[in-house]
Design a binder for this molecule. Structure first.
Ligand code: GLU
Length: 433
């Protein structure tokens, strides 16, 4: 189901601009500007494989907009990566950074590859090769990559090391999500899930939820999904269904999430278990597939895998009352419209998963200061931002009697618009004549 309509992802993404631009009272010039990425780089990366053969991989980096600061966004390794997808993801980063008010524009990168097919050494050569091609295109004040789907701290470390070698200067601020000994920030590893968790906690307050009565299903058990449900579980939420790319498990009474994480990280497999220390025992649960997980009758559905999961093909079967988009772009515009009509509350990706880039910003600040913060300080600052911006978006939604996604875009566009307008728009230049 992933990337079923990959060629329309960017067009779908910018389709949100017109309506939200009106609510934000945006100058049409700003909307027009945001419909075009600032710069697009398409590269090929030759890699010497372990068997001596040469393989050439396709890679991309898109800088969407830098009116609010250097462009910022992850690098994805996935077999479905395409230029259209990277453009959409870069656009979302522009909006995401503006939603949470951090001083960055949006960018994104990707390599069309299944990293599971590569050895560790091949992966390192690919990652360093990618940075060699991109070195003149990125930089601490230009464009700052980070991890995304199937990339991680170790890969960021290799990339930072390669960039530093090319520039002959230790340059930790060129990339975020690095290992801690290479200038990473404490609290970056679970920041995406934690940001989504704070959004849910704020909804809990506004809606008067009792966590022990709230059921949750999560599609995708990578970094974002795991950490979001780990924190929710600790607060008493019932995590009844979990899936990864191979399939899922369902247990109406709820799972012990730390046990699922323990076994997944040990065996790379999702298994229904309960662990006591290092001893894990299988427990009774139903096997379900990813499609079935999305259609469960739960209170909160967390799509935390890839884009285009909730589409016009399955939207009529979606029963969750609240959807929290930890993945980027999991809901197509058609499905989104149908859900909104049904009264489903959707916390949109550009808000729900903004915790990752927010702590990336803290990492960049720490790298530039050469002064590192304790984890509590990182978490406190993240919590303050996520709760405040969730409430600002929620208030805007109620004020304009609109959906939360449109409100989040309006909130972001207002900030981007202010930056563009500060440089002058048609109104200013016509008056000057
Ligand atoms: N890849 C993450 C995202 O989509 C994090 C980006 C970053 O930290 O720059 O938000």
């Amino acid at each position: 189901m992933t990337n079923a309509n990959t060629d329309t992802l960017f067009a779908d993404a910018i389709g949100r601009l017109d309506q939200a631009g009106k609510i934000a009272g945006l100058d049409p010039e700003v909307v027009e500007l945001l419909k075009h990425p600032k710069a697009v780089m398409h590269i090929s990366i030759p890699v010497r494989m372990d068997d001596g053969s040469l393989k050439v991989f396709e890679g991309y980096r898109v800088r969407h907009n830098n009116h609010r600061g250097p462009t910022k966004g992850g690098i994805r390794y996935h077999p479905n990566v395409s230029l259209d997808e990277v453009k959409a993801l870069a656009f979302w980063m522009t909006c995401k950074c503006a939603v949470v008010g951090i001083p960055f524009g949006g960018g994104k990168g990707g390599v069309t590859v299944d990293p599971r097919d590569l050895s560790h050494m091949e992966l390192e050569r690919l990652s360093r090769g990618f940075i060699r091609q991109l070195a003149d295109f990125i930089g601490p004040d230009v464009d700052i990559p980070a991890p995304d789907v199937y990339t991680n701290a170790r890969i960021m470390g290799w990339m930072m090391d390669e960039y530093s070698k090319i520039k002959r200067q230790y340059s930790p601020a060129v990339i975020t999500g690095k290992p801690i000994p290479l200038g990473g920030s404490l609290g970056r590893d679970d920041a995406t899930g934690r940001g989504a968790y704070y959004c849910i906690k704020e909804l809990e307050k506004r809606r008067g939820w009792d966590p022990t009565k709230i059921t949750v299903a999560v599609q995708g058990f990578g970094n974002g999904g795991q950490n979001a449900v780990k924190l929710l579980h600790a607060d008493g939420y019932k995590i009844v269904a979990v899936s990864d790319s191979r399939g899922g498990i369902y247990k109406p009474e709820g799972f012990d999430v730390p046990s699922l994480i323990q076994i997944k990280n040990q065996s790379r497999k999702l298994k229904a278990v309960y662990c006591d220390g290092s001893v894990c025992e299988a427990i009774q649960a139903d096997s379900i597939n990813n499609e079935q997980l999305l259609e469960l009758d739960v209170d909160i559905l967390i799509p935390a895998a890839l884009e285009n999961q909730i589409t016009s093909a399955n939207v009529s079967n979606i029963k969750a009352k609240v959807i929290v988009e930890v993945a980027n772009g999991p809901t197509t515009p058609q499905a989104d419209a149908a859900l909104v009509k049904n009264g489903t509350l959707i916390v949109p990706d550009i808000l729900a998963n903004a915790g990752g880039v927010t702590v990336s910003y803290f990492e960049w600040v720490q790298n530039r200061q050469g002064f590192y913060w304790p984890v509590q300080e990182v978490q406190d600052r993240l919590e303050k931002i996520m709760r405040a911006e969730l409430n600002a978006v929620y208030d805007l939604m109620e004020l304009h009697k609109t959906d939360m996604r449109t409100a989040a875009y309006a909130h972001a566009l207002k900030r981007i618009g202010e930056a563009v307008e500060a440089g002058g728009t048609q109104r200013y230049f016509s008056e000057a004549n």
